[in-house]
Design a protein. Structure first.
Ligand code: PCA
Length: 192
């Protein structure tokens, strides 16, 4: 069996629910040859990535896949790239709002994700669920997590990826039903 650490975020800003954790916690514990370890992480710069890295020491995953909400997106979007910038439009859940700061002072400008983003988008689309590769994970906590993990696991065999998901219908439009988001994540995991 291979090991997948999969994370979802807590609610943040004006959202009182976060579809990323709702979908992650509903996933089966076994998918194909992966055993899943599910972790809820806070929408907090630095702290979220550190929690994942602590959990990684215990669980030794082959792949770490983080899921987050992208309000306003109408598709499930595997992220291709993470950039070395924190530029928050709203405070995170610890009250921090960094503007124009580097994540890692001497780190490279960007890293490519190390999961097969095109294949994942195609597999989700083939199920009739909207999906497309995204070229920007933003500059808030989701990008922070993806960049930090790609930086610290760059010279290891651990694969790192991130998928943004739309609102749930009760949060506004555009949205995706929870069942579709769960099915999209299952299809994505089968590509890992
Ligand atoms: N989405 C935010 C952070 C937490 C989440 O679910 C983002 O896109 O950065």
């Amino acid at each position: 069996m291979k090991r997948l650490l999969i994370t979802g975020f807590d609610p943040f800003g004006s959202n009182d629910i976060n579809p990323s954790w709702e979908a992650v916690k509903a996933l089966p514990d076994l998918i194909d040859d992966y055993i899943l370890h599910k972790l809820s992480i806070p929408t907090a710069f630095d702290r979220a990535a550190r929690l994942i890295m602590e959990c990684t020491e215990e669980f030794s995953p082959d792949t770490i896949l983080s899921i987050g909400l992208a309000a306003g997106r109408n598709a499930v979007t595997p992220e291709r790239i993470a950039v070395n910038i924190r530029d928050a439009a709203i405070p995170d859940n610890d009250g921090n709002q960094p503007v124009g700061e580097r994540i890692i002072a001497d780190g490279p400008a960007a890293y490519f994700s190390t999961i097969p983003v095109e294949a994942i988008a195609e597999a989700i689309l083939a199920m009739g669920i909207p999906a497309t590769v995204s070229n920007s994970a933003g500059t808030f906590v989701c990008n922070d997590v993806l960049y930090t993990l790609l930086h610290y696991y760059a010279k290891t065999r651990t694969r790192i990826g991130f998928i943004h998901v739309p609102y749930l219908p009760e949060q506004g439009e555009p949205s995706l039903p929870l069942r579709s988001t769960i099915d999209a994540l299952i299809a994505a995991i089968k590509c890992l």
